[in-house]
Design a protein around this ligand. Structure first.
Ligand SMILES: *Cc1c(COP(=O)(O)O)cnc(C)c1O
Length: 391
């Protein structure tokens, strides 16, 4: 799991950035580890995770789900984090880091708006100016999140170029950062982007597996599950859930991607099945692309998994066979989300429902301990559940 000096995990990673951005990324690269090790940093981060985010999140033994799958199934309840998902673990970490770097302004880009909301939330918390770039088309599709960001005091700037979606918003955020290097920090929302972002975000999210270890020790006398299952968009909740188990070869790590309408339909986001090595958002990774290297538009019913690549760490863990990747279609995920609601009284985010759907694709021994990282709650997806209708 350790990234090398140049930001590589095996053949994946690195920092493929325009020269103009080099000073910003270099400042971060040379300082992030030492800042994160400061006592004052740790104290504030741990304190806010506890009192603002609501950590530790419970590790819940889902007994009716366990009965159905004939194994001990636990849910790591990231859906109970403030703002309803794991993303806030990372934004809390990065905003404290920004303060240590002497930055007073924050920029971010967002697709579905979840990362934008998590960023606007911590900017309000710290009284920092917040600008979120978002494709104009995405703003129309994700109106409630746009309004949430505005209520929190963020400026949401529509990107009018290209397809008016995430990649255009990313380009504009980069451009802003290049012209404001002194006072601005750019918060990336997953384990993607140029080094050091993937490693930094994974470290902030690693609190998830740290807690799983201590919670399982308390429950069963040892820290090891047999399986950890997490959905993978960019891969930050999975990175957090896997982090402290990667060296333990006997723990099966399962990443679940969105198959959309099916991996062979042309409407999918299953990067490990369809992707080839290439450069995306500043790092070398696996991405869905045409023969001449054009990024293929991904598709998933769940906005958070609708991403054409995966973080370089996951590309590497897939490459070396340490993480097994499965995928779930829209239909499998929706059915799993509704089943979880009925069996356990928990309506999951549709992203997280993909992880639950993996239970149908694995076979367990009755003694197996299975931890599903439930990355978020389903409130934001109510419209999608209603449109789906089959409940
Ligand atoms: C954003 C999001 C994801 C996907 O992002 P990762 O970086 O892969 O974790 C998954 N679940 C929820 C609830 C999300 O909001």
């Amino acid at each position: 799991m350790q990234v090398d000096e140049r930001g590589y995990y095996g053949q994946f990673g690195g920092a493929f950035i325009p020269e103009m951005l080099y000073p910003n990324v270099e400042e971060l690269r040379t300082t992030y580890r030492s800042i994160m090790e400061r006592q004052s940093f740790k104290k504030e981060f741990d304190g806010l995770l506890k009192t603002f985010v609501g950590r530790p999140t419970p590790l819940y033994l889902a007994s009716r789900l366990s009965e159905k799958y004939k194994a001990k199934v636990y849910l790591k309840r990231e859906d109970l984090c403030h703002t309803g998902a794991h993303k806030v673990n990372n934004t809390v970490g990065q905003i404290i880091l920004a303060k240590h770097l002497g930055k007073s302004k924050i920029i971010a880009e967002t697709g579905a708006g979840q990362h934008g909301v998590a960023t606007a939330t911590v900017c309000a918390l710290m009284g920092m100016e917040c600008i979120v770039y978002m494709g104009k088309l995405d703003m129309e599709r994700q109106k409630p999140n746009v309004e949430r960001m505005k209520i929190l005091g963020a400026a949401v700037i529509p990107s009018l170029s290209g397809s008016m979606t995430l990649k255009d918003a990313t380009n504009e955020a980069m451009r802003h950062w290049i012209s404001h290097p002194e006072d601005t920090h750019y918060i990336i929302g997953s384990v993607v982007g140029p080094h050091p972002y993937p490693d930094m975000v994974a470290r902030f999210q690693s609190v998830i597996s740290k807690e799983i270890r201590s919670q399982l020790t308390e429950e069963q006398g040892n820290p090891y599950p047999d399986y950890v299952i997490a959905c993978v968009g960019g891969g930050s909740n999975a990175a957090g859930a896997f982090y402290h188990f990667v060296e333990e070869q006997h723990v099966n790590l399962i990443g679940v991607e969105a198959a959309g309408k099916g991996v062979d339909t042309g409407e999918s986001a299953a990067t490990t099945v369809l992707g080839k090595p290439g450069v995306l958002h500043g790092s070398k990774t696996l991405l869905m692309q045409t023969a001449d290297g054009q990024v293929i538009e991904p598709y998933s019913i769940s906005a958070g998994l609708d991403y054409p690549g995966i973080g370089p760490m996951h590309a590497h863990l897939f490459d070396v066979g340490r993480v097994r990747f499965l995928n779930a279609t829209d239909e499998e995920a929706m059915n799993a989300g509704i089943a979880l609601s009925r069996l356990e009284g928990i309506i999951p985010a549709i992203e997280s429902a993909h992880a639950v759907a993996a239970l149908d694709k694995l076979t367990f021994d009755t003694e197996d301990v299975v931890v599903i990282n439930l990355s978020g709650r389903g409130d934001k997806d109510l419209e999608t559940y209603i449109r789906w209708g089959k409940y």
